[in-house]
Unconditional design. Structure first.
Length: 222
């Protein structure tokens, strides 16, 4: 079969036609070192666009800064960027913006750590199954992916929560969603703020400007 070349940077072999083949490719030396290449519902999605600094980069850092200590005290692991999550049930292999996995999920087999090549101890390259939380931050190039294709795939994978953040407009849009039979529904606390069942608390995401006028963010646990 033919080889597909995307933007002279990402070469996709025509042999990568199944989820299993895609996962093997991600662990090979031929897999691109730059850009984001994912498998979503039997489609290979390639995003070579850079992240926006103040509506994605600093926002992601602020969320990680808050969730890191909360995860540590609750027996959870927080992964931010370049952590591959795959699900056979959802026909999915992707690197979300953030992933939270509890020790309970790992011990129960809900999520499996995929060992690195060679079986070296304590070396893993992938999470398989349905993590406790996935977080996606919307960018200009990922709107339909983050709001349409990924929610359906994450639901099929059995994720416990889906966090969606969009800071590109005049107001920051932030929701925490829980799965029900028909799909995701917004999970809110008594005051209407996003509520995380996994962390057991509500959150608010505050955006302001520093003295130089640039965006800064704070994720507040309530």
């Amino acid at each position: 079969m033919a080889t597909v070349l995307v933007a002279d940077q990402c070469e996709i072999s025509g042999d990568v036609v199944t989820l299993d083949a895609f996962r093997r490719w991600t662990r090979s030396p031929d897999f691109p070192a730059a850009g984001q290449v994912d498998w979503v519902a039997s489609c290979i999605e390639v995003d070579l666009s850079p992240e926006d600094i103040f509506t994605h980069g600093t926002l992601k850092t602020a969320i990680v800064a808050r969730l890191w200590s909360l995860a540590q005290t609750r027996g959870m692991h927080l992964f931010a960027g370049e952590t591959r999550v795959s699900s056979v049930a959802a026909d999915l292999s992707i690197e979300p913006d953030m992933v939270v996995v509890s020790e309970v999920s790992l011990e129960s087999g809900r999520v499996r750590l995929v060992p690195a090549a060679g079986g070296r101890p304590d070396r893993f390259v992938e999470l398989e199954g349905g993590p406790d939380i996935v977080v996606e931050i919307v960018s200009d190039a990922s709107v339909r992916k983050d709001t349409e294709r990924l929610p359906a795939a994450y639901h099929a994978a059995g994720m416990r929560e889906f966090w969606l953040v969009d800071a590109r407009g005049p107001e920051v849009r932030f929701t925490i969603q829980r799965p029900e039979a028909a799909g995701w529904v917004v999970n809110a606390g008594p005051c209407g703020a996003p509520f995380s069942t996994v962390f057991g608390c509500g959150f608010s995401l505050v955006r302001s400007r520093n003295p130089q006028g640039r965006f800064i963010y704070d994720l507040v646990a309530e």
